[in-house]
Design a protein around this ligand. Structure first.
Ligand SMILES: NC(=O)c1ccc[n+]([C@@H]2O[C@H](COP(=O)([O-])OP(=O)(O)OC[C@H]3O[C@@H](n4cnc5c(N)ncnc54)[C@H](O)[C@@H]3O)[C@@H](O)[C@H]2O)c1
Ligand SMILES: [Zn+2]
Ligand SMILES: [Zn+2]
Length: 362
């Protein structure tokens, strides 16, 4: 099968013939229908998230089950599925405590003694990203990395739910509780930020302020529910939010992952408000913030990982949200591309010139 292989950091992905193993016990072979491109893939390429090359990236997929391994009970060939990073074990304290997205089993990879799921043409092992590696025509995934969805859901739009939508929507719907009428700021209007924005709209937030450095995104943000937009390139975004909200917002979602925008997020948060860190700051960096500001104004900061999801429960619900018109996905797709255009897609992402780009397979 064809796959985009990361052979080195900060280098273009290479389109290669890659061998994929047969499904082992508890595994499912999926024909990839579509894969969204998420900034976390770019973080890996740039070294901000550690994953040694060679590997195949891509973790926002939808597809159709082709074959199942021994003991698989939840899927049969022909099922339409979405894949998710946060595979779960079902028995650890996070799973049984209701937070399966924190389950450490998602980092485990294939069972010991089994061959690599992916190999190059010479038979050398290739790393699989997030048990998925969706920049490839097929994926071999644990059944607990997949969820079955309705057949009438278009798979290109379903793929977005695999990461960006679940992350952004879940940050607003699961990680925090946004009371109707609350003021919300979204910093960064990529696939994740626009999903958080829609989550805020769905909860009935009052003011929803979109902040970005690319003003072309503002028509889209307004269409999806923003009441105000702030161009961070032209104005002091913190002062603008304080002005618009009368002293700071109730909830601020940082959806970029930069040190200055995390600091801005805390500064935009009003007294008693909550800053939600959704963007991934490179693991090599730390963010200085004023502790006194938190104490004296009782501000809270929380991280939000993969939308605090229970994806077998959340994703079919988000599919229903799309099909009944509450979640808008068509507008979020700025282009549909082929696998060999993936490097150009990352160039556009670096420049902020795309919303969500989706690789569509035949
Ligand atoms: N928490 C999680 O579980 C999780 C899951 C998926 C993605 N992420 C992270 O979320 C972040 C966003 O991902 P994405 O795919 O939406 O990215 P993206 O590149 O599509 O969007 C980023 C947006 O930020 C804007 N931007 C960049 N620099 C800016 C600045 N200085 N000021 C204002 N706006 C600026 C860009 O114009 C763009 O609209 C990434 O860090 C990604 O790794 C986190
Ligand atoms: Zn992602
Ligand atoms: Zn677990």
């Amino acid at each position: 099968m064809k796959a985009a292989v990361m052979r080195a950091n900060n280098a273009p992905l290479e389109i290669e013939e890659v061998r994929i193993d047969e499904p082992g016990a508890g595994e499912v072979l999926v024909k990839t229908a579509a894969s969204g491109i998420c900034h976390s893939d770019l973080h890996v390429i740039e070294g901000g998230l550690p994953m040694p090359p060679p590997c195949v990236l891509g973790h926002e997929p939808a597809g159709i089950v082709e074959a199942v391994g021994e003991g698989v009970t939840d899927f049969v060939p022909g099922d339409h599925v979405i894949g998710c990073i946060t595979s779960w074990c079902g028995v650890c304290k996070f799973c049984t405590g209701g937070r399966p997205y924190l389950c450490p089993s998602q980092y485990a990879g294939r069972a010991a003694g089994l061959d690599s799921r992916l190999k190059d043409a010479k038979g050398e092992a290739i790393g699989q990203f997030a048990n998925l590696s969706s920049f490839a025509e097929k994926m071999l995934a644990p059944e607990r990395s997949l969820v079955k969805i309705r057949d009438d859901m278009p798979l290109d739009r379903a793929s977005l739910i695999g990461c960006g939508v679940t992350t952004g929507l879940g940050a607003a719907l699961n990680t925090v509780h946004i009371p109707a009428g609350a003021s919300v700021v979204i910093i960064g209007c990529g696939g994740v930020g626009l999903s958080a924005l829609q989550g805020a709209r769905i909860t009935g937030a009052g003011q929803i302020i979109a902040v970005d450095a690319q003003p072309w995104k503002f028509d889209l943000a307004k269409d999806l529910g923003a009441t105000d937009c702030v161009n961070a390139k032209e104005v002091d975004a913190v002062a603008a939010v304080h002005e618009l909200t009368g002293g700071g917002a109730d909830f601020v979602f940082e959806c970029i992952g930069l040190v200055p925008t995390v600091q801005q997020a805390v500064a935009m948060t009003g007294r008693g408000g909550t800053t939600v860190l959704v963007g991934v700051v490179p693991v090599t960096e730390v963010v200085p913030i004023s502790a006194a500001d938190l104490t004296l104004q009782e501000k809270k900061i929380t991280g939000s990982y993969m939308g605090s999801n229970r994806f077998r429960f959340d994703m079919p619900k988000y599919v229903d949200f799309y099909l009944d018109g509450r979640l808008r996905l068509d507008e979020m797709i700025s282009s549909r591309i082929e696998l060999d255009e993936v490097n150009h897609a990352f160039d556009l992402m670096r420049k902020g010139e795309a919303a969500r780009q989706v690789i569509v397979f035949d």
